[in-house]
Design a protein around this ligand. Structure first.
Ligand code: SAM
Length: 322
């Protein structure tokens, strides 16, 4: 059953304490709410389509129709969406460049009991867009935040990529700050989960080059573009072949990059090989200096190098004898 936001407003129960129906929107369980929350409106994070207008949900439309105000990342885009569904509501802009100051203004409205829908340019608000700041501020202020789920580019891309979806990490756009950019890239080297990135077409080639230099040219990648739109594509390649592909084809449209995670066996092998340049006695000394017995140190050295204790014992004997 779909509850309209207005019906989510508070009621008074037999004990005179306020309760709300829609903390858990799918249950009629009455959950007490604080007096302060009782007076506040609710922030609705409303997911909108990432291309195909048919992807808007009935609850999203119902919410947009019943709130007092819509805070939109790009009001021109949202006007088109609202016109299409014949929704007339006051709109205000809430975007990257006013996200902190405007959040305080919106909190003022919510404090006066108004309900606000926050919509992003496309997809789920707060995912790589300013809705994140508004949601966090509302929660700090004890204002109820709820999410009306729907399209989200990262989930759409992941599910159609065929890459492991049980464990994944979402990095959004790589940071523009150079130092932070480098730090995140270097962290990805040991990332075993499927990696998801957002990228703009004009930065795609540079990002692919950086990923190839960091993760290796044989790493699998699926380039998902123009999702839910007419020219939707999911192109499974390697980083090397993706770079060759974009030498011939100009990147166009919006992209989600789905990268295979690092192979745990290859990571372990790399770790073992990193000890190859350290002489065995020096390696033993690292553990002996920590107070370990020779037997304990040999066990550690063997584990570090991916060898058996017997191998280490014999190699040490050989070193001693010759
Ligand atoms: N909040 C959005 C969501 O739920 O996915 C993401 C907003 S972020 C500012 C915009 C980025 O999402 C784009 O640069 C692109 O990487 C990705 N994106 C959005 N729509 C897309 C689509 N239809 N196809 C591919 N990528 C898309």
């Amino acid at each position: 059953m779909i509850r309209s936001p207005d019906r989510c407003r508070q009621n008074i129960n037999m004990t005179g304490r306020p309760y709300a129906y829609c903390r858990n929107i799918n249950s009629r369980k009455k959950i007490p709410i604080s007096k302060e929350a009782h007076m506040n409106g609710t922030l609705y994070l409303v997911a909108t389509p990432i291309g195909n207008l048919g992807d808007i949900s009935a609850r999203a439309l119902e919410t947009l129709r019943s709130v007092d105000l819509i805070a939109a990342e790009d009001t021109r885009n949202t006007v088109r969406l609202l016109n299409h569904f014949e929704i007339r509501k006051p709109l205000t802009s809430y975007h990257e460049y006013n996200k902190y100051d405007k959040a305080e203004v919106l909190i003022g409205h919510l404090r006066r009991g108004e309900n606000i829908a926050c919509v992003s340019d496309a997809g789920t608000p707060a995912i790589s867009d300013p809705g994140e700041v508004l949601a966090a501020r509302c929660i700090e202020e004890g204002i109820r935040v709820t999410s009306i789920p729907g399209a989200c580019a990262l989930i759409t891309a992941l599910t159609m990529s065929g890459m492991p979806a049980r464990r994944f990490c979402f990095e959004g756009f790589l940071p523009s700050d150079k130092k932070e950019h480098k730090r995140i890239l270097s962290q990805l080297v040991r990332e075993e989960r499927t990696i998801i990135l957002y990228e703009a077409p004009h930065r795609l080639k540079t990002t692919l080059e950086e990923l190839r230099d960091t993760l290796g040219g044989s790493r699998r990648i699926t380039l998902c573009r123009e999702l839910t739109k007419r020219y939707e594509e999911a192109i499974p390649l390697t980083l090397d072949s993706a770079l060759s592909y974009y030498e011939e084809n100009e990147p166009r449209g919006e992209y989600v990059l789905i990268l295979a995670g690092a192979d745990p066996a290859a990571l372990a092998e790399q770790d073992h090989r990193s000890w190859d340049t350290v002489p065995l006695e020096e390696h033993m000394e690292i553990y002996l200096s920590k107070g370990m017995t020779r037997k304990e140190a040999m066990k550690k050295v063997a584990a570090d190098r991916g060898l058996s204790r017997r191998d280490i014992y014999q190699a040490l004997l050989q070193e001693e004898n010759g």
